[in-house]
Unconditional design. Sequence first.
Length: 276
Amino acid sequence: MIQDILPYHFDNVYHPRQPRDEDIVLLYRPGNILIRRADMPYARVKELDEDDREALQYLFALDDTACFTLCKEAVSLPQRMEYVSTRWLRTLRPHALAMIGISGYQLWSWYRSRMFCGECGRLMRHDEKERMMRCDHCGRMEYPKICPAVIVAVTDRDSIVLTRYAGRQYQKYALIAGFCEIGETLEETVRREVMEETGLRVKNLRYYKSQPWSFTDTLLCGFFCELDGSPKITRDADELAEARWVERGAVPPDEEGISLTGEMMRVFREGKEHEY
């Protein structure tokens, strides 16, 4: 998955430091990231205008290399670089570069949306000790947005429910998924989402793994579960373009190798879902 980056180490502890020439700069626009088509696709601090260097915001580190961003428009862009959709990061290798690229985008987007206090409307500032935005006028503190959600593999012996999203750019097969509601456990979310999207009832829920998914500001929690009752699917057409039972041998391969969904589909295809 995208977070599996060994031998690299993603250090997300917030310990800001002064930027060095060889540190990485991650530059964004809404829905886009600035890259060059090379082994190292991101800019270095030494490539920036002096005014931009002074405005850099610390994000995290990859091994000993710190990563920064700009929460404003850059004065001048480094040479031979272009903006591409953040979806390009799904194909970037090694995974470590994709991981810092999309994690940086999640933080950059959050910083941009928290420039002003939601309580009093005054300008907020970056806290010196925590990854937090602080309002000195009313004392409001804002932390990064992370939304819990579930990925659900509904199985019935050698079959699994696969879906395609309605009205989205991503049109490959996926599993049932949805965000947690207020006052709801993960297990309750699983049952509700499966019922809402397919009309199926499930039992024997088994937690599989979790994954940070910065493409949607989400912490994904994967579950396998078994059909409880009728296998007839009643598809929610607003959410899904397709929902159907697929036999184990017909489950498509995990070509990207970055998502929890893809890994869970592969685990089922290989008959290993009961090992977890």
